[in-house]
Design a protein around this ligand. Structure first.
Ligand code: F3S
Length: 661
């Protein structure tokens, strides 16, 4: 039975993948970027990248704003030219190529000549030449090396360094090194062929040795793909194709001939470093179809029929069942034989989400068919567009009933931010409506979940303007309304001290401030709130009274259990003799502290046996005296004290006085 074997190393190498990701990221941030030459040698990928705002140009002068250096790298002069034009430069040169630039630069600084094994017209080689400080020659094989040695005896006579293009043919490199060593003495060879290339070439050699034919997938201009074809053709016939359609068009007859020669044909598939995985997959599918031979022809016709059906629906909705999810796409079944693909960027409008955060295997989702490639048997779909339609309907409804829509801030743009609603609608929120203070940074709310009000919709242009600030205000007003609704005297809060005045402090009760008067801060006598609290302190308070009209709440921080009057009544009684401290002097007597928070009055008549006309002449603030508790008025919380009652005869006077009363 015939078999297809796909090389494990087929497809994007590290450097190409990195360059594409770098360019995509730059395009996402800046809208449009320019690459100096196509990022990779693959027309399908290049047109897909164009759609994302990644435009290839031939010269830096054709670019505007930002230019991306592709993985091949460029020479020093090109960097200077880019800087001279004032363009922003995003450098996606493959690190392996950049290393050769450094080798060329550092080792030729003393005039040492540079020999490059490679293709002199290849952009990578042109870039390496641009870093050499002395003479440079390029040879592609031993014959060219012999010609160089023959024609130019002075080249490399003093000293020579040798590097290879990263994708140079390994066998040719081995031969060249042997010959170079024979002719040049003061020599240093740097083995700069990339490991990805070595692996790919070794696997291509092994694969072609075990197969009856190999299909090499990749662009005709791709040097590494051509080399793979060269390596394989040394062992078996090669079908060189850029994609599945080309394979079918140009090689299906030859493949059928091969299949008719035996029942047990092995066909290999390998691909260059710039061939995306989906093209390898499509080549594999088409190859499988051809192998199924006559019976497959009928199936294939049916498949085309099905594709025509789907094609008729292009732009319309279909139901799709998710059959696989990976980092870059979701594969879906839309009821036909061919696979449907939803690229990651078409799954959700929220760029922060990965495919597996949007869908999972088994989900049945609504999608729009965006592209039908019936030649290659692929259908591309978008979930994002369906979501956006639903999202827009919800946006219109939200505007109508002034409801709050939830979303995530997905980008900071000129003049504001973009919020992607939970249903996938893109909404512009001007900076003034973002809720970020004037001196704040919009970046602070990036990736945050927010609520917003829809303040403007232009359906024709698909433009929606929102306000986070309005939604925040509504939420705050709702909290305040609930607060007043639920407020009652005696309700307790723990609030933060927001501000302080000499007469008291203001406490945040959760959106509404209440006031604690100085006398309500503590049972003790204090002159200023700062003696007991600081701004920022958490304070336990109880509502004493409130006025919803004037939006005023009076609070107390005094706790009944700490009431010194209760303590006093528990510990003292009329007739007790106590040591008290004078705290203030008045014309009619002196107040003295019995315990903290309870003062008693020593009336002017109760200070001495002699008549006192000026209290200050007898007592002073701070003075500690002994006095008798002569009366406790619980109702008025007043205590009368007498010093005189402790003096000889004083008590009798008191009693007489009392009797007379
Ligand atoms: Fe870099 Fe090697 Fe690819 S040099 S671009 S990783 S083939």
């Amino acid at each position: 039975m015939s078999e297809i074997i796909t090389a494990k190393t087929a497809g994007f190498c590290f450097g190409v993948k990195r360059a594409i990701e770098t360019a995509e990221k730059a395009a996402e941030e800046k809208g449009t970027v320019y690459t100096l030459g196509p990022l990779i040698h693959n027309n399908d990928v290049i047109s897909g990248l164009r759609g994302k705002g990644i435009i290839p140009v031939n010269e830096p002068s054709q670019a505007k704003g930002c230019i991306v250096i592709r993985s091949h790298g460029v020479g020093r002069k090109t960097y200077d030219e880019i800087a001279g034009l004032g363009l922003e430069c995003v450098d996606a040169t493959c690190p392996y190529v950049a290393k050769i630039h450094r080798i060329a630069d550092e080792n030729t600084a003393d005039g040492t000549d540079l020999l490059i094994a490679g293709d002199r017209d290849h952009p990578e080689v042109i870039g390496i030449v641009g870093f050499a400080n002395g003479r440079v020659e390029t040879v592609n094989d031993c014959e060219e090396l012999d010609n160089l040695i023959e024609s130019d005896k002075s080249f490399g006579a003093k000293s020579l360094i040798v590097v290879a293009q990263t994708t140079f043919d390994m066998c040719k490199w081995t031969d060249l090194q042997k010959n170079i060593k024979k002719h040049y003495t003061n020599l240093k060879i740097f083995d700069t062929i990339c490991r990805a290339t070595i692996d790919r070439q070794q696997e291509a050699a092994a694969l072609s040795a075990q197969c009856d034919a190999v299909t090499v997938v990749g662009g005709k201009h791709s040097s590494n793909t051509r080399k793979l074809a060269d390596i394989c053709s040394a062992n078996c016939p090669v079908f060189f194709a850029e994609n599945g359609e080309q394979l079918r068009r140009e090689h299906s007859a030859a493949i059928r001939d091969l299949l008719s020669s035996s029942h047990d044909v092995k066909i290999g598939i390998t691909a260059g470093a710039s061939t995306p995985a989906y093209i390898i997959k499509e080549v594999h599918t088409i190859m499988s179809e051809i192998i199924k031979d006559e019976a497959v022809d009928a199936e294939f016709a049916a498949a085309i029929d099905q594709m025509q059906k789907v094609r008729a629906y292009a732009g319309n909705r279909v139901k799709a069942t998710v059959v696989a999810v990976n980092k870059t796409e979701a594969v879906v079944d839309i009821g036909i034989k061919q696979s449907g693909y939803i690229p990651a960027e078409e799954l959700s409008a929220n760029p922060n989400l990965t495919p597996d955060e949007v869908v999972k295997v088994g989900d049945v989702i609504d999608c729009i068919v965006t592209k039908v490639n019936d030649a290659d048997g692929f259908v591309y779909l978008s979930k994002k567009q369906v979501d956006a339609q639903a999202g827009m309907e919800k946006i219109l409804k939200a505007k109508e009933d002034n409801s709050t829509v939830k979303g995530t801030v997905t980008a900071v743009v000129k003049g504001g931010v973009i919020v992607t609603s939970e249903d996938g609608a893109r909404v512009f929120v001007p900076a003034s409506q973002s809720g970020v203070p004037r001196n704040g940074k919009l970046e602070d709310i990036l990736k945050k979940e927010v609520g917003f009000k829809v303040i403007e919709v232009n359906e024709g242009r698909g433009r929606v303007v929102g306000s986070i600030k309005a939604a925040e205000k509504e939420a705050t007003d709702a909290v305040k309304a609930k607060f007043w609704e639920e407020l009652e005297v005696g309700k307790k809060f723990v609030g933060e001290v927001k501000s302080m005045e000499s007469y008291g402090v203001f406490v945040d009760l959760g959106g509404v401030d209440g006031m604690v008067h100085l006398t309500e801060l503590t049972w003790n006598r204090v002159k200023h709130p700062k003696e007991v609290v600081n701004i920022g302190d958490k304070l336990e308070v109880t509502v004493k009274s409130y006025d919803p009209e004037k939006k005023r709440v009076s609070l107390t921080a005094k706790k009944p259990e700490d009431n010194p009057w209760t303590k006093f009544l528990n510990e003292f009684a009329e007739g007790d003799v106590v040591k008290v401290q004078v705290v203030s002097i008045t014309p009619f007597g002196a107040f003295a502290q019995i315990i903290p928070g309870v003062d008693g009055l020593i009336h002017i008549s109760q200070i001495s046996l002699e008549r006192v006309t000026n209290v200050a002449q007898v007592l002073s603030v701070g003075q500690v005296v002994e006095a008798k508790i002569t009366e406790i008025d619980e109702e008025k919380s007043r205590v009368s004290l007498s010093i005189k009652a402790l003096l000889e005869g004083g008590e009798a006077d008191e009693e007489e006085a009392a009797d007379e009363e």
